[in-house]
Design a protein around this ligand. Structure first.
Ligand SMILES: Cc1ncc(COP(=O)(O)O)c(C=O)c1O
Length: 376
């Protein structure tokens, strides 16, 4: 197997993949309607389910599409007569509100600060006092805008108390942070192939309680392609997706799941957390501030406040790193100037050390330390 040039992707997905995942895509051509391919998708679906729930009562519905397709499929399919309460503490919570708006759903937005815990008392008060008849509550687990980790265990308990179906966008937590859907009372979870699972981009998936999926039978579809019930039923009957699947991406996903099972979700999180600790120690040494306090941090993606320095320009910094094999990512918070560094994918703390060395050189070059002072 020829080694492929390794780029260190510090964007929050698609993440750096192993060569074995890349090469898993090189297979003889196959028609995806063949039983052999159906078996592969069945395996992928079951294995994804097992990462968060038991496969007897939960299942995974696969879609060709980016992660948003999974979240959009959930929201457009499951909210019917009632209203959905959507927690917005970052760009991806906001996106769920935009999806709800697009489909004309009854929804209420619960806004929460991007750098601090959700006020669960205020959330509960809203549930008690709102004139809306809530049937669902939706939240992003790891808000990728900032790295703020929302407490889905506690929110799941609230959902149980108020008999709401709980929707979790676990796009940037799934595969690294343990999730137990039953214990956490999650009915629908959306994620994708290309973040902590470390597969290729192109597959969105929804893990859901089978009983909840069955109960959608009588709902009027709002979307043709993203109809969650239709996709679920068709797959259960035929072991096929309704429309052409991303064939090679699914082979890569199968390999990525094998590698995830080998490392274990906890093992993966430990590796990620070590890279994150390295990053944070380095940022502190370089006198750069980050947004979310340690105790609420996912340790997966970090929003760093941009250096307060005349010579700083994000695009120039991006290009400086890009030419050296590191990809960094712009910020997404409206109110603050940040850039983002993720520590997911097939990288480790040594890559983070190499990144920090370059960052230090960049900051010296732009004159950042001439005002701040610098501990060498
Ligand atoms: C929490 C969260 N939700 C949704 C998405 C959207 O995923 P995609 O860009 O694959 O559509 C992302 C992507 O970063 C995300 O982090």
């Amino acid at each position: 197997m020829q080694i492929v040039k390794k780029n260190i992707l510090l964007n929050p997905g698609p993440a750096t993949t192993t060569d074995s995942v890349k090469y898993a895509q090189v297979i003889p051509d196959i028609c995806p309607r063949e039983a052999e391919f159906g078996k592969l998708m069945d395996n992928v679906s079951t294995e994804l389910t097992r990462l968060a729930a038991e496969a007897e009562h939960y299942t995974t519905v696969l879609f060709g599409g980016s992660g948003t397709a999974g979240v959009e499929s959930i929201l457009s399919s499951v909210v019917n007569d009632g209203s959905v309460l959507i927690i917005n503490n970052g760009a991806y919570g906001k996106r769920m509100c935009e999806i709800a708006q697009t489909y004309g759903l009854n929804f209420v937005e619960f806004k929460s600060p991007p750098n601090n815990q959700i006020d669960l008392t205020a959330l509960e008060t809203l549930l008690q006092t709102s004139s809306c008849k809530f049937s669902h509550l939706a939240v992003v687990h790891n808000e990728t805008t900032t790295g703020l980790l929302n407490d889905i265990e506690k929110i799941g308990k609230l959902c149980r108390k108020y008999q709401l179906d709980f929707i979790v966008d676990a796009m940037s937590s799934f595969g690294a942070i343990p999730i137990q859907m039953k214990e956490m009372n999650i009915s629908f979870l959306g994620a994708s192939s290309n973040k902590n699972v470390q597969g290729m981009a192109g597959i969105a998936f929804v893990i859901a309680e089978k009983g909840k999926l069955e109960s959608l039978q009588k709902s009027k579809p709002r979307s043709y392609y993203l109809n969650l019930y239709a996709q679920y039923k068709y797959f259960a009957k035929t072991h096929q997706m309704r429309f052409t699947p991303p064939v090679q991406t699914l082979y890569a996903l199968k390999q990525a799941i094998i590698e995830l099972n080998k490392e274990g979700i906890m093992g993966r999180y430990e590796r990620y957390a070590k890279s994150w600790e390295t990053l944070i120690t380095g940022l502190e040494r370089l006198r750069l501030a980050y947004l979310v306090p340690k105790k609420h941090h996912s340790k997966i993606v970090t929003a760093v406040l941009e250096p307060d320095c005349y010579g700083y320009d994000f695009n120039q910094m991006h290009d400086y790193f890009y030419h050296k094999g590191f990809t960094i990512y712009p910020g997404k918070i409206e109110s603050l100037k940040t850039f983002r560094i993720a520590n997911i994918g097939d990288i480790n703390y040594k890559d983070m050390e190499a990144f920090l060395e370059l960052l230090e050189k960049y900051l010296i070059n732009i004159g950042y330390f001439s005002r701040k002072g610098h501990d060498q």
